[in-house]
Design a protein around this ligand. Structure first.
Ligand SMILES: N[C@@H](CCC(=O)N[C@@H](CS)C(=O)NCC(=O)O)C(=O)O
Length: 441
């Protein structure tokens, strides 16, 4: 039995022998403030979350203060990794983040941050009197229910998460202002939310305010709350915050409502049937001379290659590639400056790939969302039947005009290597991390 384990038992028994109700509460706090005897010092806890997830930041910042090792799981892709059966076993509603601990998983970001904080007996974030502990909990709940909920109701629908309703937005902003007013009054005479140093309440409050400062609360909005402004900027510039959040730029304008391009209004079925020609005209691409490259074979090879991707899939691609029957194209999103919200950028690319469904017989594509900081860049590689970008795709898929297109010159080795790196999701790509990679096949 290790020394930590013995200390834990003794402490527990001593406190258990007293029976008053105050002592019981004290027992809870003291025990919860003891180092976890089952966690070895060099063991890192695994946090399942995508990079840039502000709910995960709560734990990562707390870990910086307490010295607990927490590592973000590799290659986490929001929307994919959190839908797997393994992930759903850890959090049945598939939300992120989740912390894997030696005693089982924990979900809900506040609970995770509390757990990581309490792993260290002498942590600076919640070693406090009973009343201070109550106030830490008070501000954690306040920041979750009065600040975060309203910022999310403001930013979420604008970012395409939920229906955008101006009256609902107005109500959220007004509730947010009421909460910020109270926070501002408290901070007029307090540097921190509780006591004389940073506590877990500050970490959670800042991570919640962060969403607002970055996407919606412009300077003209926040100037009404000068103590909140001072508090926010002071905190995010503390080294332990800055290391995780990076340098923050306050929104110049409120995130615009992300509008999908207008879809054609559905025609009444009868009219549609009336107009439908008897037999569908052939796609001009079907009239091209036959090619030795069988697109489905390449797609199968791509999907089935799990190891030695370069030697197997990439080599196989060039062995199959028919430069007369097919052409390769690089595409580059024209409006990368707008890509400031990671999940909105990823959704934009997913939408593009859905709209390319009509080209499945004639195309293969890779789309990369690049960068670890906003604005993210979107770049792609497409393989099309024929020597030009098929006209029917240009006509039917409005996303095509949102990109600059450049035909790949396969006699240029550096362009060929760029093709390889795009096919294999090579990271870093052009010196930057990949936020996401999607394949059209
Ligand atoms: N109350 C949860 C909220 C978690 C949450 O909403 N996570 C988002 C990402 S930030 C998510 O997992 N979204 C995916 C989904 O809703 O399926 C927490 O604080 O952990």
């Amino acid at each position: 039995m290790c020394l930590k384990m013995i200390m834990y038992d003794v402490y527990y028994l001593q406190l258990k022998s007293t029976s008053g109700s105050w002592e019981k509460e004290r027992t809870f706090w003291l025990i919860s403030n003891l180092s976890n005897p089952f966690l070895c010092e060099d063991m890192a806890l695994i946090l399942h979350a995508n990079k840039g997830n502000r709910n995960a930041y709560k734990t990562l910042i707390a870990a910086e203060y307490t010295g607990v090792q927490v590592t973000l799981v590799d290659n986490f892709k929001l929307g994919i990794s959190n839908k797997t059966p393994e992930f759903l076993k850890m959090n049945p509603i598939g939300k992120v983040p989740v912390l894997e601990t030696p005693d089982g998983p924990v979900f809900e970001s506040n609970a995770i941050a509390r757990y990581v904080t309490r792993l260290k007996a002498d942590n600076p974030l919640c070693v406090a009197s009973l009343i201070d502990c109550a106030h830490i909990e008070q501000w954690i709940d306040f920041s979750s229910m009065e600040i975060n909920v309203n910022i999310k109701s403001w930013v979420g629908p604008r970012a395409g998460l939920g229906v955008y309703l101006p009256l609902a937005e107005e109500a959220a902003i007004s509730a947010l202002k009421r909460a910020l007013g109270a926070l501002n009054a408290h901070l007029a005479s307090n540097t921190y939310l509780v006591g004389q140093s940073v506590s877990l309440a500050d970490i959670i409050m800042i991570c919640n305010l962060y969403l607002g400062f970055v996407y919606a609360m412009t300077k003209s909005f926040t100037s009404e709350f000068p103590h909140v402004e001072r508090y926010f900027w002071t905190m995010v510039n503390q080294p332990n915050f800055n290391k995780i959040l990076g340098d923050i730029r306050q929104a110049d304008s409120v995130l615009p409502v992300q509008i999908e391009s207008p879809k054609e209004t559905a025609k009444p079925k009868a009219a549609e049937e009336e107009e439908a020609p008897k037999s569908k005209p052939k796609n001009p691409l079907d009239l091209l001379p036959p090619s030795k490259m069988i697109l489905d074979e390449w797609k199968r090879l791509y999907s089935n290659t799990k190891t030695n991707f370069r030697e197997v899939a990439i080599k196989g691609f060039w062995d199959m590639y028919d430069p007369e029957g097919y052409s390769l194209w690089f595409c580059d999103y024209k409006y990368n400056d707008e890509n400031i919200v990671s999940f909105v950028t990823m959704n934009k690319v997913s939408g593009f790939l859905q709209r390319m469904d009509l080209a499945r017989k004639y195309a293969f594509g890779k789309m990369l969302v690049i960068g670890s900081e906003r604005p993210f860049k979107v770049k792609g590689l497409w393989l099309f039947r024929g020597q030009e970008i098929p006209q029917f795709i240009i006509n039917e898929c409005y996303d095509m005009e949102l990109y600059d297109w450049k035909k790949v010159d396969i006699s240029d080795e550096s362009q060929k290597e760029r093709v390889n790196q795009m096919i294999e999701d090579h990271e870093p790509f052009e010196g930057e991390a990949l936020l996401d990679a999607k394949c059209f096949k």
